[in-house]
Design a protein around this ligand. Sequence first.
Ligand SMILES: NC(=O)c1ccc[n+]([C@@H]2O[C@H](COP(=O)([O-])OP(=O)(O)OC[C@H]3O[C@@H](n4cnc5c(N)ncnc54)[C@H](OP(=O)(O)O)[C@@H]3O)[C@@H](O)[C@H]2O)c1
Length: 328
Amino acid sequence: MKIAIVGATGLVGRNIIKQCERLLPQDAEFHLFASSKSAGGKLTVNNEDLVIKELNSENIEKYDIALFSAGGERSKTFAENFTSQGSYVIDNSSAFRLHEEVPLVVYGINQNEITSTTKLIANPNCTTMGLVMALKPLHDKFNLVSMTPVAYQAVSGSGSEAVSSLKKEESLDAKSLAEYKDGYYTRPIARNVIPLAGNLLDNGYSDEEMKFVHESKKILGIPELVVEPSNARVGVLTGHGVFCSAVFENEINTDEAIQELNNFEGVQYWSETLATPLDAENKYDVLVSRLRMGLSSSKIINFWCVSDNLLKGAALNAVQIAKHLVQK
Ligand SMILES: NC(=O)c1ccc[n+]([C@@H]2O[C@H](COP(=O)([O-])OP(=O)(O)OC[C@H]3O[C@@H](n4cnc5c(N)ncnc54)[C@H](OP(=O)(O)O)[C@@H]3O)[C@@H](O)[C@H]2O)c1
């Protein structure tokens, strides 16, 4: 079996390598791609040093699966070079997520949408992915109608450059930090919260907020779901947190809700300890805590969930899909 990892040098790509080592057959043959900047360098996969190739249309062969995490432009330009040669493409970018014919798959929720004719599979947005994992068992039991998610997105969600910026900013004294203008974001992120994650759109919402709106509907199969999102960027390295107020068609009780969460593979309810991004880092599961009834209705629950944006939010989910394809 031949696996291509496109964007292998990035934060997601490096995690994809680790998850492939853990979840895919040990005899799989790996091919690593990145930009011309990294070409010729090496990364280790299953104890073997592999040379990184430049991604260009000349050196793409037939692979069984190509895992893309090199940004939307690379996906748009090169995904077809892979699929046309018979490879599945699992894409971490937002390039194809809302294309009707492309399944938007969270492993554990809707991997059965992959059919015999599927070639391209989109991996959802990292913040949305954690939240829908918590919502799915609740929706199955109580029927989700609307939600107000408020996200606290970690810096590693923006890639390696943002992480370098956070590290630099963390070394500055308070005065220099307050005046710092050369960071990755529009405002300093170390010791800070920026009340905007992603790019602002004409409707006053950010593209990250609109991913909650569109992707949740598609993944959960609820086209009429009402979503009122707000996303902030916080000075946390890894682990996207979301406070969510969710309205259901049916009456809820918290004991049943917690039982549903704990029975769902990939989700843990933490009742004793508050689940924080530090707890979520390097964990495969989505952690939920502070679940409580709404103050105004017995059909509302409010909860907190947090997950590793590089794992279930990206690399883990992508490789879980790859494993699913291998076993099909
Ligand atoms: N970070 C997250 O939590 C997260 C979660 C879900 C989805 N995603 C998506 O995953 C993708 C990668 O994110 P990341 O956080 O890993 O970013 P990153 O750390 O900045 O890595 C970017 C990767 O893309 C490669 N790349 C850039 N330009 C290229 C080009 N012209 N040709 C070939 N490769 C090129 C880079 O290679 P070089 O090292 O050679 O430049 C690197 O391997 C993005 O589409 C992002 O939206 C990220």
